[in-house]
Structures are given as structure tokens and as C-alpha cells.
Design a protein around this ligand. Structure first.
Ligand code: HXC
Length: 258
């Protein structure tokens, strides 16, 4: 029987998805992206899950879209098949926080998948690049759009046009990743962070994520207006009242995720 292209497990309120095509350095083919999308949507729908971690193995988070699969496609294949939009963008529909835990190669679509997550934790072994130009392709899974927003035009142009590889330290300095940890500690650090996040009130997390993402989709005035209404809505939540009451009573809050 063929092994599943993703492995799915849980740890407390954290859902963990491990990309699982190690022989191909987790090259992202349709089967893997379908399975990843299904796993993400299942965790998003599960009230027992508060945060999700996507990770790979020591050598690769993912070395990009599967070049062997793409090599024979023509325009109609990708246009009618809605390549990328159909299944790669599922991660953007997830309302819970998603953390990418990246060790080794995060190249092309692998880098773009990490950029689609909410937080990127990098092992010191992580390597980020958008090498599509070497194939006479372009970073078409959001790379030309999300990278400039993450690290600015100058550095994004450099990476997209020259295929330059960033090591974890540079990626950290540029703001592509949230933090860098020793490779051997990556999984533990990512799970610890996810557990901390998942311990907070889920509707508060969802509202925060939606508000931060709105910063990329709107003017400052519109974004501030959106944020303000989200904050007002928190006063309708049982958890916000519990959080404030617990502070005043000098005890830990007990959130109902309501
Ligand atoms: C398919 C891949 C792959 C990929 C690696 N493999 N990357 N297969 N698609 N993206 C396969 C190799 O063919 C090889 O299979 C096995 O994984 C191990 O890879 P090696 O090359 O032998 O390993 P190594 O010498 O350590 O080199 C690692 C590497 C190199 C530097 C990461 O594999 C590499 O350059 N890969 C391609 C990276 C890339 O161009 N990514 C962008 C793809 S385009 P065999 O069978 O030989 O053992 C993209 C576009 C997305 O992502 C946006 C939409 C257009």
C-alpha cells in the first residue's frame, strides 16, 4: 500500500501535519496538496484543536512543486485544472493559527507554502529560496506577492530574479521567519509555541488572525476600523469576561472557547 503523503497526529489541542514524501524532498504534487488541504480543513473543523503545525523532515520542509509532475503539463492542463488555486490555497481558508516548522530546504512552492502560514519557525538548517526562474518559471504560488509584503521589494526582487538562497539567519533578519531555533529543538519549540497559542480562547485567536490578515488587504483606516469592530465584538464573548475576571481574581482563566 502506498504511504500517505501527509502524516496527521495531535498533541493536546495542537494538530500536527507532517509532509511525507522524503524520497522526493517533499516535492509538492497534487496528491500531497489534496491530503494537506483535507487535513487542514479537518483540524479547522475540529473544536478540540486550537492551532496547527505543518512540518517536514530534517532535510526538507519541501523542495518545491513537483517538477516531474509539472514537466508534461500544458496551458490547458493548468488552466482547466486550476493549478495552485484549487488545492494549494486551502491553507488560506483555515481560520485557526497555522505554524510552519521549517528545517532544511524550503524552496519554490515549499517557501511559498511557508509564507502562506501565519508563523514560520526555522531550524538553523533551514534554507529559503524561490528558484523558479532557473526553470524559466515564476514563483506562482503567491511568492511574487507575499514575499515583497514580508521582506520588502528590494530583497524580494533579489530572491525572485536571482534565485538567491537565504540561510536561517538571513531569513530571520529579513523578517521572513518569526524565530530561529537549533535544528534538534525545532519540533519541540514549534509544538510548545502551538500549545501556548492553542491554550488561548479560540474565537479570540480567530479574530486576531483575521485582523492581522486584514492589514494586507486594506488601507490603514479600513484596517483600523475592522480591528475596532473585532475588539468591540470581544465584549460579547464569555471568554473575554472570564479572562478579565480571572485577572482580577488572580487566578488562571478557564476558557470555554465561546
Ligand atoms: C520533483 C524533486 C524536487 C522537486 C527534489 N526532487 N526536488 N522532484 N520536484 N521540486 C527529487 C530529486 O529529483 C531526487 O529524486 C530527490 O528528490 C533528491 O533530490 P536530489 O536533487 O538528488 O538532492 P540534492 O542533491 O541534495 O539536492 C537538493 C536540491 C535539489 C538542491 C533541493 O533537489 C533541487 O534543486 N530541487 C529542485 C528545487 C526547485 O527548483 N524547486 C522549485 C520547483 S518549481 P531522484 O529520483 O533523482 O532520487 C516550484 C513552483 C511553485 O516550486 C509555484 C507554481 C508554479
Amino acid at each position: 500500500m502506498q504511504e500517505s503523503p501527509v502524516l496527521v497526529e495531535t498533541s493536546g489541542r495542537v494538530g500536527i501535519i507532517t509532509l511525507n514524501r522524503p524520497e522526493q524532498l517533499n516535492a509538492l504534487n497534487d496528491a500531497l496538496m489534496d491530503a494537506l488541504g483535507n487535513a487542514l480543513l479537518a483540524f479547522d473543523a475540529d473544536p478540540a484543536i486550537g492551532a496547527i503545525v505543518i512540518t517536514g523532515n530534517d532535510k526538507a520542509f519541501a523542495a518545491g512543486a513537483d517538477i516531474a509532475a509539472m514537466a508534461d503539463w500544458d496551458y490547458m492542463d493548468v488552466y482547466q485544472g486550476d493549478f495552485i488555486t484549487r488545492n494549494w490555497e486551502t491553507v488560506r481558508r483555515v481560520r485557526k493559527p497555522v505554524i510552519a516548522a521549517v528545517a532544511g530546504f524550503a524552496l519554490g512552492g515549499g517557501c511559498e507554502l511557508a509564507l502562506s502560514c501565519d508563523i514560520v519557525i526555522a531550524a538553523d538548517s533551514a534554507r529559503f529560496a524561490l528558484p523558479e526562474v532557473k526553470l524559466a518559471m515564476l514563483p506562482g504560488a503567491g511568492g511574487t506577492q507575499r514575499l515583497p509584503r514580508a521582506i520588502g521589494k528590494a530583497k524580494a526582487m533579489d530572491m525572485c530574479l536571482s534565485a538567491r538562497t537565504l540561510d536561517a539567519t538571513e531569513a530571520d533578519r529579513y523578517g521572513l521567519v518569526s524565530r530561529v531555533v537549533p535544528a534538534e529543538a525545532l519540533r519541540k519549540e514549534a509544538l510548545n509555541l502551538a500549545a501556548v497559542i492553542a491554550g488561548y480562547s479560540l474565537p479570540a485567536l480567530m479574530a486576531i488572525k483575521e485582523s492581522v490578515n486584514r492589514a494586507y488587504e486594506s488601507s490603514l483606516a479600513e484596517g483600523i476600523g475592522f480591528e475596532r469592530r473585532q475588539m468591540h465584538a470581544r465584549f460579547a464573548s464569555a471568554d473575554a469576561h472570564e479572562g478579565m475576571q480571572a485577572f482580577l481574581e488572580k487566578r488562571k482563566p478557564v476558557f470555554q472557547h465561546r
